[in-house]
Design a binder for this molecule. Structure first.
Ligand code: MG
Length: 373
């Protein structure tokens, strides 16, 4: 199976490379596209010799004979040439153009970039429908739902229940949240991830995104999607059915399983260590403390409003989290920035990717004005 990997040097990209390394008879790379990390791209290309490689943020790279360097607009045009599956692991709004292109080409799309569905849910799902592409979740919660639904997107269910670790601040009071720092937020209790998503986990914005993601993947109304805090991160999500039965997927927190399964489903290959049930101890579930973490409700409200609202939400969040990581704003200011952008830019219906790109740029400007003026 030939994989075009978009976002090869981030946290997910590196774990995709591990999966490929472990099953060389099953997987190889047709393309490796990085952001700006030239060294990481060169190392991966030397090891895997893909047909195409490139840096989305521009730049040359020293590549093996047989690997063609793509630059500028060529990247989007040729990244999927000869691929069986597009694995979209680029971060943020930047991932959407690749997801759309792969979906339009009718490729199987293994989606690790949740912003593609948060911002472009309407465009992506209609492209998938039109081309007959197969959109498969890599996000661990949505992979768990897919497994609990026996890989049937049309299976009738009564509720999708996403689990959330709660992040590092779940037990803090609103007062204590005022003074938490980026360094505190980057200490995630169970999952090892990139900095943006780790902060989004601490604000619970990430869980709001995942509700929107689930809405598009499983065509579920928002009232049928719930989130609960599960600090052990062993139950990755659950589906409940009309008769009261609940199906869950359990495992140690390790992204390699959902990555690999997105590529091979419904087949399975050896992947991670099996759970040792007896040594696990108790598993806990708590109500999501929405009142302490306004980003979750802001995401849900934007998701329900639809149109350009989630794109505004996401652009403001990307700017605010960046500022928080540089210690320019406080933790609670992230939600304030998002709220301000959402009220400054009224919702519009979505007609095209170009329109979303313009909305994204406008919302970023608005968020920067809010933070720095
Ligand atoms: Mg997740």
């Amino acid at each position: 199976m030939k994989i075009a990997l978009i976002g090869c040097s981030g946290s997910i990209g590196r774990q995709v490379a591990e999966v490929v390394r472990e099953h060389p008879a099953h997987f190889c790379f047709s393309a490796l596209i990085g952001g700006s990390d030239k060294e990481a791209l060169e190392k991966l290309c030397a090891e895997f010799c893909p047909a195409f490689a490139g840096l989305a943020e521009g730049g040359e790279a020293e590549l093996p004979v047989g690997t063609r360097l793509l630059q500028g607009a060529e990247i989007l045009e040729h990244a999927f040439d000869g691929a069986d599956v597009a694995l979209i692991a680029a971060g943020g709004f930047a991932g959407l153009s690749y997801t759309l292109r792969a979906a339009e080409l009718g490729l199987k799309v293994a989606l690790a970039n949740k912003e593609s569905l948060v911002c472009g849910g309407e465009l992506v799902t209609s492209a998938v429908k039109k081309s007959g592409s197969d959109l498969v979740p890599v996000d661990s919660e949505h992979s768990a739902l897919f497994q609990a639904l026996s890989f049937r997107r049309d299976a009738p269910f009564s509720k999708l229940i996403l689990t959330a670790s709660g992040g590092p601040f779940f037990r803090l009071t609103k007062e204590e949240l005022k003074s938490v720092t980026a360094r505190d937020a980057l200490r995630h209790p169970t999952w090892k991830m990139g900095p943006k998503i780790t902060i989004d986990s601490a604000t619970l914005l990430n869980k709001g995104y995942e509700v929107i993601e689930a809405r598009w993947l499983y065509n579920a109304p928002f009232e049928n999607i719930e989130a609960v805090v599960h600090p052990e991160s062993i139950v990755h999500s659950l589906v409940s059915f009309e008769d009261g039965a609940m199906m869950a997927q359990l495992g140690y927190p390790d992204m390699k399983l959902p990555i690999q399964l997105a590529l091979t489903y419904p087949e399975r290959l050896p992947c991670v260590k099996e759970l040792d049930l007896v040594s696990l101890g108790a598993l806990h579930f708590y109500a999501l403390p929405k009142e302490k973490f306004p980003c979750y409700s802001l995401a849900l409200a934007a998701g329900e409003a639809g149109g350009t609202a989630p794109t505004v939400l996401n652009a403001a969040a990307e700017v605010a989290v960046h500022a928080f990581l540089k210690e320019e704003i406080s933790f609670l200011r992230i939600a304030d920035t998002i709220e301000a952008a959402l009220s400054a830019l009224p919702r519009e219906d979505v007609a095209s990717f170009g329109q979303l790109r313009e909305t994204d740029a406008r919302a970023r400007r608005s968020a920067r004005n809010f933070i720095y003026d």
